[in-house]
Design a protein around this ligand. Sequence first.
Ligand SMILES: Nc1ncnc2c1ncn2[C@@H]1O[C@H](COP(=O)(O)OP(=O)(O)OP(=O)(O)O)[C@@H](O)[C@H]1O
Length: 313
Amino acid sequence: MSATESREARAAARASHEANPVLTIDHVSVDYLAQRTVHAVKDVSLTLGRGEILGLAGESGCGKSTLAYAINRLLKPPAVVSSGTISFHSREGYTIDLGSLHGDDLRAFRWDRISMVFQGAMNSLNPVISIRAQLEDVFTTHRPEMSKKERRERCGELLERVGVDRSRLRSFPHELSGGMRQRVMIAMAMALDPQVMIMDEPTTALDVVVQREILREITRLRAELGFAVIFITHDLPLLLEISDRIAVMREGEIVELGGAVDVYTNPQHEYTKRLLASFPRLTGERGDFARGSHDRTAGSHEAHASNDGRGAE
Ligand SMILES: Nc1ncnc2c1ncn2[C@@H]1O[C@H](COP(=O)(O)OP(=O)(O)OP(=O)(O)O)[C@@H](O)[C@H]1O
């Protein structure tokens, strides 16, 4: 993809959140009914555009993960969605209220339409099963009509798509680096061509070089495949590099939401200003990596995974 095309893809993604949404979060609140009730997410409304990368930033404990789990219907008691609705808009033009999905429908939906990659996802690969068998399992379960040959071919393609040689299909998780394992998890999350990927600190546990490579891969793949991403991290500078828009969350509320460049150059909320000021490395070259230096004007920008059940602890 050329620089112009890539700029156009981002501009289209930024414009599409209202005209062409893939997900609508409407006045959602989540409480943890523990000894003391925690209002973790308070009346959040957000629209995710088709093909958009939306960054969700905020300090530890502000409710980012709880919101992500709510979207994917992975919350477990004592968490309850106390109000609001989350709707998914299919490419084919129909809308699904996620709250109405149960059982097999919900499981199928999660893999097919929305997938998720967690921070520790790479550690959720089964250590005694080969990468091939774990990838194939996704297709055996969700695409039972696929022939064995097709399945094998698809697994090879998937690995290569995330920058891992297909010879690694024979490997076991312990034979791969952390970065490679996380790439495998991203490949799994993409296996069924979902329209939304939720990435909750997917690269935090990795060193900076590997982190950058993986982020580049994600931005390239989104341009190629057109999925939307909700990318969650406390690392605001990283979000400035990859996101079309950024939502800043504080104590369960979205306090600022805007284009990534606007949030960076003209933050409206005091909390956003403080958050930006807390990252001295915002100056310098770092903001260039995902976009390439030619694309600076466009703004700082570009899973199946373990179901660890938010609220289960
Ligand atoms: N199982 C639980 N029971 C009670 N309170 C919880 C539970 N899980 C999370 N919380 C509380 O909900 C709030 C939001 O937590 P959450 O993990 O969603 O924040 P976060 O922004 O994702 O933080 P981090 O970046 O550290 O993951 C916090 O106050 C947290 O203590």
